[in-house]
Design a protein around this ligand. Structure first.
Ligand code: AMP
Length: 315
């Protein structure tokens, strides 16, 4: 962390990168770091590059940086992203120096310097701890606190996942002390449209499960079009099948225009190795991957089913 602060002090232009289809933790980390650095170093040019997610746009809605010349003398800081190919703006390679700050199991050591803490349930927690370590030199404000709190809140499943530790609550306490309005956060994250509620009904009626306890839901383009929801709204369905008693592993297969994404989750077996077999990765209990075509679905389901069986036999 000392090295990161030293680099931040060295550069006048700092560009903060996130990953494609950003989640609350990605946007939270980007905006949290952005507001801390802007408040602490008002003379520096702090920029966010990346894409937006509607459900956390109340924190901030970035777009891809247009002026490529800004990278020339810049420091790029890439947050919440395990692999360089998943970054929404890969021009960190054009920057003078680049740093990865992440909490995922490392798959690809991109950048000139990496700060990876896999014991942190959210990258936003790492950014908060970065502030805590240097609170004599950095400034926290309400905007940064909101962003970081949203990052921690969403990536811990609202403080429910077993990756939550006492540091998480210390970080959250500091953010609350800096003005986070819990009702505002919860309202923004919980309100649903009628369309997404109806899609949830479809999900509950149409999910499948294997003999050994792998539950899954297939969402095709046709379903997304029929229910008139966004891809992002459809992707949120992964949590709908998370509580089935005998299914400790579950997944959502969602057909995007260019790929079939798998959102894989577990409350028992380690799943990131299975995700890595399908062009993905992530955490032991929350991973992402993709299928090249629907013909690969059966093979994936069989492997996931076997994984659950091995897990149950080991208990
Ligand atoms: P998701 O289902 O997209 O929310 O992904 C779950 C977790 O796995 C997140 O923490 C992602 O950062 C990670 N992840 C998703 N896709 C990939 C991938 N292709 N490679 C590495 N990690 C991934």
């Amino acid at each position: 962390m000392d090295h990161i602060l030293q680099k931040i002090k060295e550069y006048n232009t700092i560009i903060i990168h996130g990953h494609v289809r950003p989640d609350g933790d990605c946007i939270g980390s980007q905006y949290g770091l952005y507001h801390i650095l802007k408040a602490s170093f008002p003379q520096k040019n702090i920029i966010i590059t990346g894409t937006t997610s509607d459900y956390v746009s109340f924190v901030g809605a970035p777009s891809i940086l247009e002026d490529e010349s800004l990278f020339e003398n810049a420091l790029s800081i890439c947050v919440d992203c395990a692999t360089s190919e998943r970054l929404s703006d890969q021009r960190y390679v054009k920057s003078k120096y680049s740093i990865k700050i992440d909490h995922h199991i490392p798959v690809d050591d991109y950048g000139d310097y990496q700060y990876v803490d896999t014991t942190s349930p959210a990258c936003s927690q790492i950014i908060t701890e970065f502030y805590m370590k240097f609170s004599d030199q950095l400034i926290m404000n309400k905007e940064a606190a909101l962003a970081l709190y949203v990052g921690i809140y969403t990536d811990t499943g609202r403080f429910k996942f077993d990756s939550v530790n006492s540091r998480t609550f210390n970080a959250a306490a500091l953010l609350l002390d800096n003005g986070v309005d819990l009702g505002y956060v919860d309202n923004n994250l919980s309100i649903e449209t009628l369309k997404t509620l109806k899609l949830k009904g479809y999900a509950l009626s149409n999910f499948k499960y294997t003999d050994n306890g792998f539950a899954y839901l297939v969402i095709t383009r046709d379903i997304i079009n029929e229910y008139e929801v966004t891809d992002e709204e459809a992707a949120a369905l992964v949590s709908v099948i998370s509580t089935i008693e005998f299914c400790p592993v579950w997944a959502l297969f969602i057909e995007y225009p260019t790929e079939i994404r798998i959102r894989l989750r577990s409350r028992g077996p380690v799943i990131n190795l299975l995700a890595e077999e399908y062009h993905g990765g992530g955490h032991a209990k929350a991973s992402g991957a993709s299928l090249s075509n629907w013909d690969e679905l059966e093979g994936f389901v069989n492997k996931a089913d076997k994984l659950v069986l091995e897990y149950k036999n080991s208990l």
